[in-house]
Design a binder for this molecule. Structure first.
Ligand code: ADP
Ligand code: MG
Length: 240
C-alpha cells in the first residue's frame, strides 16, 4: 500500500534520515519506535509531504507520488495523519471540524458529509458531541475527533505520530481502543508510539529507527523477545 524507497532527509548539515526503505502491506499495522530525535516524526512527515525528502520516493497503492503533479491536498487525504496535539480548529464545532475537508477537498455534498461525520462520531464513541466546541472536550475526546476527521477523507494509509503522548494517563486507553478497532477493521496504519502494550498486541510489525536508519524490522513477538540489535535491547530496557 505504501512503499518508501531510499528516503534521505537533511535539515541543513544535519542528516536526519539516512536511506529508509519501508514497505507497508494493505491492512498492515506497523509500529515505529526509536529514541527521541531518531527521525520518526520526520519520516512520517515525508510520507505525506509535510516534509520534502532530499532523495528517494514514496509509492502509494502502486502510484509514485509526485508532489509537483499530484495535489498536496489529495496526497494528504490519501495519507492521513493524526498528530500528538490534535490540531482541531478551535472555532469550529466537532461536526464542522470533520466535514470541512471532505467538502472542500473531496467536493462532497454537505448533507453527505454530515451523515458520514455522524457515522464516524459513532465509531469513535462521540455521537453526542457533534455540536460541541473542542475546548469543551477532554484530550482523549479531542484525539478521537481528530481520528474521525482523518477517517472522513477515506485515507489509504493512516499515520499516527505519538497520538497519546499529550494525554493524561487515564485517557490513553480510549484512544488506543479506537486505534485497535481500526486495525481490526483492516485500516493500513503506521503508528509512532511509546505504548509498548499496543505494539505487542496490535502491531503486525515493529520497526526500530536509530539515528535515521532502520535497524530492526520484524514481527512484534520477535521484536520484544528476540531483538537482534544491541540498540534495540537497550531501547526495550528503557521503555519497559
Ligand atoms: P523523533 O520524532 O524521532 O523524535 P524528529 O524526526 O522529530 O525525531 O527529529 C529528528 C531530528 O531532526 C532531531 O535532531 C530534530 O531536532 C531535527 N529536526 C526535526 N525537524 C526539524 C526542522 N524542521 N528543522 C531542523 N531540524 C529538525
Ligand atoms: Mg517525534
Amino acid at each position: 500500500m505504501l512503499k518508501a524507497t531510499n528516503i534521505h532527509k537533511s535539515f541543513g548539515d544535519l542528516e536526519v534520515l539516512k536511506g529508509i526503505d519501508l514497505e507497508v502491506e494493505p491492512s498492515e499495522v506497523v509500529v515505529l519506535v526509536g529514541v527521541s530525535g531518531s527521525g520518526k516524526s520526520t519520516l512520517l512527515r515525508c510520507f505525506n509531504f509535510l516534509e520534502y525528502m532530499n532523495e528517494g520516493s514514496i509509492e502509494l497503492d502502486g502510484h509514485v507520488i509526485d508532489p509537483n503533479a499530484d495535489k498536496l491536498s489529495q496526497i494528504r487525504a490519501d495519507v492521513g495523519m493524526v498528530f500528538q496535539h490534535f490540531n482541531l480548529f478551535p472555532h469550529k464545532t466537532v461536526l464542522e471540524n470533520i466535514i470541512e475537508a471532505p467538502i472542500i477537498v473531496k467536493k462532497m455534498k454537505k448533507e453527505a458529509a454530515i451523515a458520514q461525520a455522524k457515522e464516524l462520531l459513532e465509531k469513535v464513541g462521540l455521537e453526542d458531541k457533534a455540536d460541541v466546541y473542542p475546548n469543551k472536550l477532554s484530550g482523549g475526546q479531542k484525539q478521537r475527533v481528530a481520528i474521525a476527521r482523518a477517517l472522513a477523507m477515506e485515507p489509504k494509509v493512516l499515520l499516527f505520530d505519538e497520538p497519546t503522548s499529550a494525554l493524561d494517563p487515564e485517557l490513553v486507553g480510549e484512544v488506543l481502543n479506537v486505534m485497535q478497532q481500526l486495525a481490526q477493521e483492516g485500516m493500513t496504519m503506521v503508528v509512532v508510539t511509546h505504548e509498548m502494550k499496543f505494539a505487542r498486541e496490535v502491531a503486525d510489525r515493529v520497526i526500530m529507527l536509530d539515528e535515521g536508519k532502520i535497524i530492526e524490522s520484524t514481527d512484534s513477538h520477535t521484536f520484544f523477545h528476540h531483538p537482534t540489535h544491541e540498540r534495540t535491547k537497550q531501547f526495550l530496557q528503557m521503555v519497559d
